[in-house]
Design a protein around this ligand. Structure first.
Ligand code: NI
Length: 390
């Protein structure tokens, strides 16, 4: 298939992609509650004469192209996540969220719209497609459960390879990272509960102060990465939540901390977990209290791009988009449940810049996050490249 024709067909649906992005942006829904969004996607697919079905209560999948033939015709999956966040939108956009307190603040509306656009183009070329395409509109990425729920239902059982992407506003529009190897971090979530002995604020000697214990732990934790991990390796430990006590003159009996650790290898991940447990126990003991550390199971492995597949898609995409757009971007410490798919089949995940270089940057997950709309064209072309490069 000629590159110029693919570009032409893609550019023909671009206005539609933008309008679908606006529609989706208006109706953000939280993880596993994406009912209206799922209905919207299925209606658009129906208009394109594409049958879709649901494997879970939200999200949907659909096929385009020839029936697969063992050893001849492969199935390539294209995945977009569809959920929003509990963030109050402050963009002032004319198509801002109609759902108070909820927002598409991570660009998943853009992922979904560009995949719908790709579906329009691929459906039109259906008779010429070299592969069968499986569209996966995945619910619940933000709460880290969506990909595993679909894998449990066999979503990749008939799939040979998978492609996905993410828009990032702190990468300028026109910059795309399509690189092999590690791209996004392994992530863990943990909770630490310190237990002391409550008491009167005037009689600390009769109590065991959980606040002081937890505060000492937070400070002690700052040396875990800086003094124990090889400085040439990437690792981060952050405590995002600290709850202790509820009255100014009562010594707190219990402090509950929640945090996350990110890195790229099992070895470092094990070291961080051991270090967090060790420091929690030793700090608690030194203050005459107790600590309990709980790790949430099933956090993400790292996103790791297959080398051969990356090269193939990149080689093709450079013919649809200006080759200068493809740049090296350092691996991110953020997590992405796309990595679970890559544990089953070879996969590639692209990082796509969507930050308007002339505007201040508001990060993904901020109430003023926006997508610079030309980035949607990049996303569309990348989806097409993943399929048509086969
Ligand atoms: Ni996201």
């Amino acid at each position: 298939m000629e590159y110029s024709r693919i570009r032409q067909e893609a550019d023909r649906v671009l206005d539609r992609v933008v309008s679908m992005y606006h529609d989706l942006h208006r109706i953000p829904e939280l993880s596993l509650e994406e009912y209206e969004t799922t209905e919207y996607i299925r209606e658009r697919l129906k208009e394109m004469d594409i049958d879709s079905f649901q494997l879970d209560r939200t999200g949907c999948v659909a096929y385009i192209g020839p029936e697969p033939v063992e050893g001849h015709i492969k199935t390539v999956a294209l995945r977009a996540d569809i959920d929003g966040l509990p963030v109050l939108e402050e963009t002032g956009l004319p198509f801002a969220s109609c759902h108070e307190g909820k927002m598409h603040a991570c660009g998943h509306d853009g992922h979904t719209a560009s995949l719908l656009g790709a579906a329009m183009v691929l459906k039109k070329m259906e008779n010429e497609l070299p592969v069968r395409v499986k569209l996966i509109f995945q619910a619940s990425e933000e709460n880290t459960l969506g990909a595993c729920r679909l894998l449990d239902k066999g979503v990749l059982d008939d799939v040979d390879e998978i492609f996905g992407l993410h828009l990032f506003s702190d990468i300028p529009t026109g910059t795309i990272s399509l690189e092999e190897g590690p791209r996004m971090a392994r992530t863990e979530k943990f909770e630490v509960v310190f237990t002391g002995k409550g008491g009167h604020g005037a009689k600390p000697h009769l109590a065991v102060d959980a606040t002081v214990m937890a505060a000492a732990f937070v400070m002690d934790l700052q040396t875990l990465v800086s003094r124990e991990i090889d400085p040439r390796d990437a690792a981060v430990v952050s405590i995002g939540s600290f709850q202790s006590g509820n009255q100014y003159n009562v010594i707190s009996q219990e402090a509950v901390l929640e945090g996350t650790s990110r890195c790229y290898t099992d070895e470092i991940s094990n070291h961080l977990e051991e270090g967090i447990r060790r420091k929690a126990d030793s700090v608690a003991a030194s203050f005459r209290g107790q600590a309990r550390v709980t790790y949430q199971s099933r956090c993400h492995p790292p996103v790791f791009n297959d080398g051969r597949l990356t090269e193939r898609i990149l080689g093709f995409a450079k013919n649809l988009l200006d080759p200068d757009r493809f740049k090296k971007v350092k691996p991110l410490m953020g997590g992405e449940d796309f990595s679970w798919y890559q544990t089953k089949v070879p996969g590639v995940f692209a990082l796509v810049g969507c930050g308007n270089p002339d505007q201040p940057v508001w990060q993904n997950h901020h109430g003023r996050f926006t997508i610079d709309e030309p980035a949607l064209r990049d996303a569309l072309m990348l989806h097409l490249s993943a399929v048509l490069s086969v």
